[in-house]
Design a protein around this ligand. Sequence first.
Ligand SMILES: NC(=O)C1=CN([C@@H]2O[C@H](COP(=O)(O)OP(=O)(O)OC[C@H]3O[C@@H](n4cnc5c(N)ncnc54)[C@H](OP(=O)(O)O)[C@@H]3O)[C@@H](O)[C@H]2O)C=CC1
Ligand SMILES: Nc1nc2c(c(=O)[nH]1)N=C([C@H](O)[C@@H](O)CO)CN2
Length: 235
Amino acid sequence: MASPILITGASQRIGLAFAMHCLENNTPVIATYRTLRPAVETLKAAGARCIHADFATNEGIDAFIDTLKQETATLRAIIHNASDWMPERADSDPAEVMASMMQIHSMTPYRINLACRHLLENSGATTDIVHMTDYVVEKGSAKHIAYAASKAALDNLTRSFSRLLAPNVKVNSVAPSLIMFNEGDSEAYREKTLKKSLLGIAPGEAAAVQTLQFLLDNRYITGRSIGLDGGRPLV
Ligand SMILES: NC(=O)C1=CN([C@@H]2O[C@H](COP(=O)(O)OP(=O)(O)OC[C@H]3O[C@@H](n4cnc5c(N)ncnc54)[C@H](OP(=O)(O)O)[C@@H]3O)[C@@H](O)[C@H]2O)C=CC1
Ligand SMILES: Nc1nc2c(c(=O)[nH]1)N=C([C@H](O)[C@@H](O)CO)CN2
């Protein structure tokens, strides 16, 4: 039995799309979800092992790690996809925003990578960790300050873990800009956001799926960040 790929935050959107892609290609999947959505049943029906996990606390992270170790002795890859795109709001407590962003985007991948490195190293083949970061790592964000800082921390973890885990484990980032909108995004927001990149499109989950698969298939990339941004830095 092939070693499974762990995908965090796989109950919707990009995480769900990559999980289904892996299952359709006969790669076993362990998917985490926080909210029980119909897609979790779809994943289970397609053969995924689904584990409930809320990474908002270290106890939640460690409980997940314990469950994961009971589920499998090896992993083909870990895709750190779980994320919360939290803006600063007038009524939000900056300390809470920063703590929450660092918890999901930095503490969670850090604790899981350290606790589960042996699952990757024991799989007997070259394995992968991929951190889903964000284009804003390069430029910052005036409206998602703590979010951008936490993704920058995650980007740095990519280089640290690539040094720690070479040569058996490759560690890379995918740094997307607009991939897909959220329900409720206004037409004005959509029009404005599409103009922020050279290519002017919201490519959808498939673009992220292709990039993740490319990194898993490539034997000679580690410690790098792949910009999936439609040329946004050049606008
Ligand atoms: N979509 C885009 O255009 C862009 C995406 N990215 C990055 O790509 C990745 C995927 O994006 P997208 O699919 O839109 O992501 P989502 O915003 O859909 O978030 C993915 C999942 O993260 C889970 N999650 C959030 N907080 C927690 C938590 N505390 N514990 C456990 N799970 C949690 C949610 O689980 P649940 O729903 O089960 O509660 C959610 O389904 C993310 O890392 C994102 O930052 C970067 C730039 C652009
Ligand atoms: N967890 C998430 N992170 C991000 C999302 C999202 O929906 N969930 N969306 C974006 C935007 O698409 C942004 O890239 C548009 O400029 C960023 N991060």
